[in-house]
Ligand binder design. Structure first.
Ligand SMILES: *Cc1c(COP(=O)(O)O)cnc(C)c1O
Length: 230
């Protein structure tokens, strides 16, 4: 089951790359394992998965402690400032930085540990009021401000597109954030790269890849329904 869905997702990514004339090596599949029990993550690990995404700090840290140390963990969910200290130095990338105050706290925790923490700026491209993320027009300013913090390193942008039945509806959103990342790249800001574009989930990752995603975050497409009662 898990093996089959993994293979399907990987094949779909490869096909989307082919349609877009991209190299599949440019796209990292993040297995979003939130609410899934440890055994399921271990099973995915045994099938070769090494990149996992989680959205809650406590769940993330307990999974980090229990699972093999060569896993690359991604924090993809909204992050409260008082919880940064629990994940600093333990995650490969924080996808969800949308305020300068959060970036400042990540910077403080990085400096305490003598490390540099890689981050993405989360952009609310669709401007859904229920979502986190900074608005498109404010993104460059946040990037500039954050670039002055030498304990963090901006690697790119992330967005969560709306839930839609027809994934084509999200194509303009993916296109818009790709353009934004190109615009920011052109500014040549010190300490800022736009190498990573984290976009696309189970319902729309193929369209996201066609539009330039370098990281897709797929949960239910790999693991099936989430287990919210855990
Ligand atoms: C849960 C989650 C995903 C994965 O969603 P699926 O639709 O299950 O693939 C991706 N990104 C974020 C930020 C999430 O919270």
């Amino acid at each position: 089951m898990l093996q089959e869905s993994l293979e399907t997702v990987r094949k779909n990514i490869d096909n989307a790359c082919q349609r877009a004339g991209r190299d599949p090596k440019e796209v990292t599949l993040i297995a979003v394992s939130k609410t899934q029990p440890m055994e399921v993550l271990q099973e995915a690990y045994d099938l070769g998965v090494r990149v996992f995404g989680e959205n809650k700090v406590q769940e993330l840290t307990s999974k980090i402690e229990s699972l093999p140390s060569d896993i690359e963990w991604h924090m993809i969910g909204h992050l409260q400032r008082n919880k940064v200290k629990y994940i600093a130095g333990k995650v490969a990338l924080i996808h969800s930085v949308d305020t300068f105050r959060l970036a400042e706290e990540i910077n403080i925790q990085a400096k305490k540990r003598g490390i540099i923490i890689p981050i993405l700026i989360e952009v609310n491209v669709a401007e859904e009021s229920s979502k986190f993320g900074i608005h498109v027009e404010d993104t460059l300013e946040l990037v500039r401000q954050t670039s002055g913090l030498d304990g963090v390193s901006i690697k790119g942008l992330m967005t969560i597109a709306p839930y839609v039945v027809d994934s084509e509806e999200n194509r303009p959103i993916f296109h818009k954030i790709k353009e934004l990342s190109i615009d920011i790249q052109r500014q040549n800001i010190h300490n800022v790269s736009m190498d990573i574009l984290s976009m696309g989930m189970t319902g729309d990752y193929e369209v996201a890849v066609e539009e330039g995603a370098t990281m897709v975050r797929v949960g239910t497409g790999i693991f099936g329904e989430r287990h919210y009662n855990n």
